[in-house]
Ligand binder design. Sequence first.
Ligand code: FA5
Length: 352
Amino acid sequence: MPGFSFAAMSELNERLTDLHARFERALEVASDERSLEAARAQYLGRSGDLAAIRRSIGRLPSDERPTAGKEINDAVAAMEELLERRRVKVASHAVEEALSRRVDVTFPAPEARLGSTHPIRHVIEDACTYFERRGFAVVLGPEVEPDYYNFDALNIPPEHPAREGFDSFWIDETLLLRPHTSPMQIRTMQNHRPPIAIIAPGKCYRRDAVDARHHFQFHQLEGLLVAEGVHFGHLKGMLAGLCRVLLGAHQSVRFRPSFFPFTEPSAEVDTTCPKCGGSATACSMCGGSGWIELGGAGMVHANVLREVGYDPQRLSGWAFGFGAERIALARYDVDDIRRFIDSDPDFLEQLA
Ligand code: FA5
């Protein structure tokens, strides 16, 4: 090997042997992952001892550098193997130690924190109780529904613009997470003969942007009454009573003309803003309107009655769909719907 300097190579070997020995000693006293990592950084790290040796290759004649580089790489491989073996040993020692530790089963455990009823559940239960006392049955239905129940049977044919407002998460071409509880109107009427009086609470899903009053997952309360001689006055009386029970006698309720393809006539039902009562132009809860929208309502459309085989000449009915979170906002004077979903026990316990 022309120009190869034995003196320089043997000095390199000496330095590597010394480094290996020091690294081995450092690993022997390292008893946990943290000290192993510290040893690795000191010897093998980017600014560690070995990196300094590697940099010194530059001072060797160029024909000696490949051999020196190989020596260094071999030394690194050997040190990494040492490190890995020590890591396995330290880890198994930690497991053994944990297993051998004695447990005092008589030691008192920290007191378990009991949960509290969620405010949304409170709203749903109180609403159901109100309707059950008036002869309504509580019914539950699937959260994944075919588009037939969500739309077609509710007088919303394909291509109808109203589908946009109920845009949800599609499972496949025809199945979706229900954007409202109104499919329960169809399911109930198809399976039971009139008179019908139901309340159907449950989760709903929509591709809505999340803000203080909207979430992609929320709860609705669906109500349906179908019998002979049912009229809008019955609906107004029943919903005004519900708002009194849920929100207190001081809350006003108003019915605003609106449109839903499955009711005619249709209305939006609002309650006075519990935060500002309509007095603040920049109210964070109602945006200054003084009202909070609770949901939609109306007289069941004749096409819907026909779809389930009922005779609209003989039967009439009303239906409504309220957002449980909106009721809870007003009921508990909370200014952001996300607080009900954040699962902060301190917040939830205050409302329990
Ligand atoms: C409906 O969902 C109709 N199915 C209601 C209905 C039923 C009308 C029966 C007539 C007869 P709407 O899209 O307006 O309507 O929703 C009703 C209520 O659900 C809203 O007023 C609101 O209180 C609540 N809601 C709707 N979207 C959200 C959301 N993203 N986050 C929280 N609450 C919501």
